[in-house]
Design a binder for this molecule. Structure first.
Ligand code: IPE
Ligand code: IPE
Ligand code: MG
Length: 244
């Protein structure tokens, strides 16, 4: 470990607690989601300044469809609001947008805006802002298994040739190459669970939890978590160098 500490290339955040943020203020849940959306922009710019290369944000899970239909409709419209409002700032900051999830199940308008955000920022070379939207990790792994199964059926692969690398390459994070697994996962709102997020990719990620609800999680909080991460001892199953 260098004196500067661990490198933080890929940060993943489970942005939780929008509903509770609103409830505390006697406001409807959607107000919390609107505040949460503005915080995405603030944290994106802060992450970029901290030198992070990939920022993955969990914005809508495959299980979130089970919420009341008005809330689902509001959440489905958030990408439209977000990119309408922040696209110029994202362009100015050279941010490249990626959306991972089952996009063909999104309402038409949402689908179009996320595709446009990806294509308009495709040539940007700065921070990759990766939204997990209609994303679920078990489903992602299931899809990967089906793809590999299909290759076997087509005679392109045999089961004993399946490697960990191949499985990683069939997940939605594959295009991030060496940065496809998060170095650090932060979850806000005090909950300490994964909620079907990046199960494979988090195998050796450092985990951190904040009691703040997502709209209150600010750049000072982010900086503190990043500093703490840098001084953690990541062993990856090996013996600590100073002990050997
Ligand atoms: C996170 O906030 C946003 C989404 C899951 C879409 P929540 O809406 O889960 O807020 P809480 O957990 O109910 O407070
Ligand atoms: C996880 O939060 C999903 C997102 C942040 C998008 P949830 O609020 O849906 O998770 P649970 O239900 O508390 O596990
Ligand atoms: Mg929640």
């Amino acid at each position: 470990m260098s004196s500067k500490g661990n490198e933080l290339n890929h940060l993943a955040i489970i942005m939780d607690g929008n509903g509770r943020w609103a409830k505390k203020r006697h406001k409807p849940r959607f107000i919390g989601h609107r505040e949460g959306m503005d915080n995405v922009e603030r944290i994106t710019l802060a992450a970029d300044k901290l030198g992070i290369k990939v920022l993955t944000l969990y914005a809508f899970s495959t299980e979130n469809w089970a919420r009341p239909k008005e809330e689902v409709a509001y959440l489905m419209n958030l990408p439209v609001r977000f990119f309408d409002k922040y696209m110029p700032t994202l362009m100015e900051n050279n941010v490249k947008v990626n959306i991972m999830g089952y996009l063909d199940e999104l309402p038409e308008k949402t689908y179009r805006i996320v595709q446009r955000a990806m294509s308009e920022t495709a040539n940007n070379t700065g921070l990759i802002l990766n939204f997990a939207f209609n994303y679920g990790s078990r489903r992602e792994i299931t899809s990967a298994m089906r793809e590999l199964g299909g290759m076997i059926e087509a005679g392109l692969l045999t089961s004993e040739k399946i490697t960990e690398e191949m499985i990683s390459n069939h997940l939605m994070t594959s295009n991030f190459g060496p940065y496809r697994d998060p170095d650090l996962l932060i979850r806000t709102s005090g909950e300490q669970r994964i909620s079907n997020f990046l199960l494979w990719q988090l195998a050796y990620s450092e985990l951190a939890f904040s009691d703040k609800n997502w709209p209150d999680f600010d750049k000072n909080d982010l900086t503190k978590f990043v500093e703490d991460y840098k001084h953690r001892n990541r062993r990856f199953g090996k013996v600590d160098e100073s002990d050997s």
